[in-house]
Unconditional design. Structure first.
Ligand code: UTP
Length: 316
């Protein structure tokens, strides 16, 4: 039996749901054969970074919603005995640890979504993976890196005060607001002992509003702490934007019906691994801090920038 590395769970979250059955069209042609969740940030696939965050949270299982065309996702968490014994025979112990790491982080459970009917549909399928006594569960979108880890612990504290569901936001510029789901919020009562600058009550959500109509500059990030009541809401919504069952629509329905929904405004960094424009900066960021590659990468990037600037100057 595998001994997983899960740390103490002050957040009391047992299951983390990782929806990973989308088509990844913004990352074509790579995603014809490679799931975007397996694309490496330096050398580690995004899904392994998510497993690391889930293990640090102290969750005991990660329910990966996957499609039949993406068997590699679960495979990444399995044992590779032949590779390990070859590496051991060659004395490559560092690489052995790298191969074994993913499988030791957290117990992966597979839930198959046969058709990509939307994020809401994918999350709805996770109900079968939860125990009867699980009143709440986390959702982590694998193409969203929210750094440093720990925002779900803060979200669990908010649920402990207010109950209901807790979402995660980050502040964007007015120019960026139309690319995101945007929260309409109101202040919380200061008596709760929670930081009023970073915790707000959500009273509405708008998907990709024009800048002039955006209710705030607080955009949704891919971390959710959802009450089990979401499954009932998900069963009652109709296909929304893009003809897909949207998680946002279920949350909006819950808010309308009086379910408490709050948001934690994340103070750290966020990388969107779902498209090249976000993935490349993530690789540069992780690469620059990497003990093995950081120094050389800094020099290379400096040289590339210099070459680029010289070329631009010569064309001016
Ligand atoms: P995205 O819309 O970002 O992912 O969904 P996508 O559909 O794979 O990407 P594009 O837009 O075609 O480039 C957010 C998350 O929800 C999952 C995706 O895998 C992604 O992690 N998802 C989406 C599902 O699991 N099932 C779905 O039906 C839709």
């Amino acid at each position: 039996m595998t001994n997983y590395l899960n740390t103490a769970n002050s957040a009391q979250i047992k299951t983390v749901v990782v929806p990973a059955a989308g088509h990844g069209t913004r990352f074509l042609p790579a995603t014809k054969t490679v799931p975007k969740e397996l694309l490496p940030v330096v050398d580690t696939p995004g899904i392994e970074l998510i497993a690391e965050e889930a293990a640090e949270l102290g969750a005991s299982r990660m329910a990966i919603i996957t499609s039949p065309s993406k068997p590699g996702l679960l495979r990444h968490f399995e044992d590779f005995p032949e590779l390990v014994s070859t590496l051991q025979a060659r004395g490559k112990h560092e690489q052995v640890a790298m191969v074994e790491r993913a499988g030791r982080l957290i117990e992966p459970v597979s839930v198959v979504q046969h058709e990509a009917l939307g994020l809401g549909h994918a999350v709805g399928l996770a109900e079968s993976a939860l125990d009867d006594d699980e009143e709440a569960f986390a959702v982590m979108l694998p193409d969203d890196l929210v750094l440093p880890f720990g925002v779900l612990e803060q979200m669990a504290e908010v649920r402990a005060s207010f109950g209901g569901s807790v979402l995660c936001a980050f502040e964007v510029t007015p120019e960026e607001v139309s690319s995101y789901g945007v929260f309409e919020v109101m202040e919380i009562c200061p008596d709760e002992g929670l930081p009023t600058e970073t915790v707000k009550q959500v009273i509405g959500m708008v998907e990709k509003p024009p800048a002039a109509e955006a209710p705030s500059r607080l955009a949704a990030a891919g971390r959710y702490l959802l009450d089990r009541a979401v499954f009932d809401a998900l069963r009652r919504i109709k296909p929304g934007q893009g003809g897909e069952l949207q998680l946002t629509d279920a949350i909006e329905l819950m808010i309308k019906e009086g379910h408490p929904v709050h948001v934690v405004i994340h103070q750290g960094k966020r990388h969107d691994l779902g498209n090249p424009a976000g993935y490349i900066p993530a690789c540069v960021d992780f690469g620059l801090s990497h003990p093995k590659y950081g120094r050389a990468l800094r020099d290379t990037i400096g040289a590339v920038l210099q070459e680029y600037d010289d070329r631009e100057a010569s064309l001016a």
